[in-house]
Ligand binder design. Structure first.
Ligand SMILES: Nc1ncnc2c1ncn2[C@@H]1O[C@H](COP(=O)(O)OP(=O)(O)OP(=O)(O)O)[C@@H](O)[C@H]1O
Length: 452
């Protein structure tokens, strides 16, 4: 372990010397500075694990010089703990110093044992905080499984994007991990100790948008039996994850935009506006830029939520990650259920070649269902197969003669296929056994609407 590096800032040479003697005996490295004007550049060139700061520099005895210096140190080196030292142990000075971010407060003459213990504790605490920070940093990124180039690039991007307070738009097909990425951005940001609040805007009816997001007062509408906090309030100082933002009605888009612009919202039925301090991360599987062109998504809102953009690839674009993901989900099930299930190599290979229109969520569900319904310790292709077969048409019972025309049947089959493959023409046409152009012709002929 590296020796602790302690910096003493005190204009009294004798104090510096006796402290140096005391700390060197502990095996620590000690630096001392008697001129506060040099403190910031000195610390920049000589990083310290802890600073012991005399509050009564020079002739003054009111502690102002020390507090000013403390402020500078905290501005430039917020992570370094500072213990304050003064011969005039006034409580008010201690309180002022602690408010400015000092870690502890001691009075002269000091008790050697007490002083050494205080320094050691503060350094260890900082060390632990840093380790915890590194731990969350790692665990949030580690939760995103994948070694493919695209996922590595995304992880690097997350690390860069997280510390900024900019809005982030995450796009990608359903089940590609958009929420997982949003959570990682939050966990790696300065807001990590506050809430990460998620709201699925696709599931919020237009009429309930304001109440859900901004809250309401008792009696604001017929069923408002009591006050209720909205998502903005719950996410205060943290992150608000607006999932499925592409599903937001135009009338709600205006209301959201106003809050994002003015950083103020009013609960329904309330008269008092509330300031909001949240970071907005949005996600959608839709093409918002295209929606802007078609005037179904506001351009000004699009630019406001899209300062930074992360696009997640579909699972078919990162098939090499499938064995890793399967083993990861198996490990999770084994851990939670005390099991020892494994997957045969050729099953992993087979799973890697399958198509997953529902992406990672579908793969995860398939693995979970297979483990649940099998009593084997080693799973093969046969175990997975029934849980992956395209359940394309099983909801459509075959109609009786005269019940439906051929055209109607064709429309139904095409609509089902497009829905199942989230509007992916290549996949849908393959499943229907026709070419892409034949499918396009039929979509045109029957004027079939689908989400691309
Ligand atoms: N890279 C990954 N590693 C491990 N698990 C993942 C990964 N990506 C997604 N998952 C898991 O897959 C499931 C779906 O992920 P998530 O909900 O983040 O997707 P989404 O893109 O937000 O989906 P939707 O658009 O439907 O809301 C979750 O259980 C998530 O934990």
């Amino acid at each position: 372990m590296q020796p602790y590096k302690v910096l003493i800032l005190d204009d009294d040479e004798t104090v510096c010397q006796s402290l140096r003697y005391l700390f060197v005996k502990q095996g620590w490295e000690v630096q001392a500075l008697t001129n506060p004007l040099n403190a910031v550049p000195f610390i920049e060139n000589n990083p310290a694990d802890l600073i012991l700061l005399d509050l009564n520099f020079r002739v003054g005895t009111d502690g102002k010089e020390g507090l000013t210096l403390l402020q500078q140190i905290k501005d430039y080196f917020p992570a370094v703990p500072v213990i304050l030292f003064t011969a005039w142990g006034s409580m008010q000075l201690a309180i002022d110093g602690m408010k400015l971010g000092a870690a502890d407060f001691l009075t002269k003459p000091w008790n050697n044992e007490h002083l050494v213990a205080a320094v050691r504790t503060q350094i260890q605490l900082t060390d632990k905080n840093e380790k915890n920070h590194r731990l969350t940093t790692h665990s949030s990124l580690d939760a995103i499984i994948g070694t493919s180039e695209s996922i590595q690039t995304i992880k690097e991007w997350i690390v860069k994007v997280a510390p900024t307070d900019a809005t982030v738009l995450i796009t990608g097909e359903s089940g590609t991990g958009k929420e997982l990425v949003a959570k990682a951005v939050h966990d790696l940001s300065a807001r990590k100790d506050h809430s990460f609040v998620s709201v699925n805007l696709g599931a919020v009816p237009e009429g309930l948008f304001e109440s859900e997001l901004f809250g309401h007062k008792k009696g604001a509408f017929t069923s408002a039996a009591s006050d209720r906090d909205g998502r903005f309030k719950l996410a205060e100082k943290g992150t608000l994850f607006l999932d499925e933002i592409g599903d937001l009605a135009l009338s709600s888009q205006v209301k959201l935009l106003r809050v994002l612009q003015e950083k103020v919202y009013e609960p329904l039925g309330g008269s008092k506006p509330f300031k909001t301090d949240v970071r907005i991360i949005s996600a959608t599987h839709k093409d918002l830029a295209d929606m802007v062109v078609r005037a179904t998504f506001r351009e000004d809102l699009f630019y406001r939520i899209n300062l930074l953009h992360i696009h997640l690839p579909s699972l078919s674009e990162r098939q090499t990650d499938i064995p890793l993901l399967v083993n990861h989900f198996i490990d999770q099930i084994n851990d939670s259920g005390n099991k020892r299930v494994k997957v045969e190599d050729h099953a992993l290979e087979w799973l890697s070649k399958q198509r997953y229109p529902g992406n990672i969520r579908q793969l995860k569900n398939c693995v979970e269902r297979t483990v649940l319904l099998s009593s084997k310790d080693k799973l093969g292709i046969k175990d997975f197969k029934p849980h992956l077969e395209a359940k394309l048409f099983n909801s459509a019972k075959f109609p009786k003669v005269g019940e439906v025309t051929l055209d109607e049947m064709e429309i139904k089959l095409i609509t089902n296929a497009l829905e199942f493959y989230s509007g992916n023409i290549t996949d849908a046409s393959r499943a229907l056994g026709i070419t892409r152009s034949s499918l396009y012709r039929r979509i045109d002929k029957y004027n079939i609407k689908y989400d691309a």
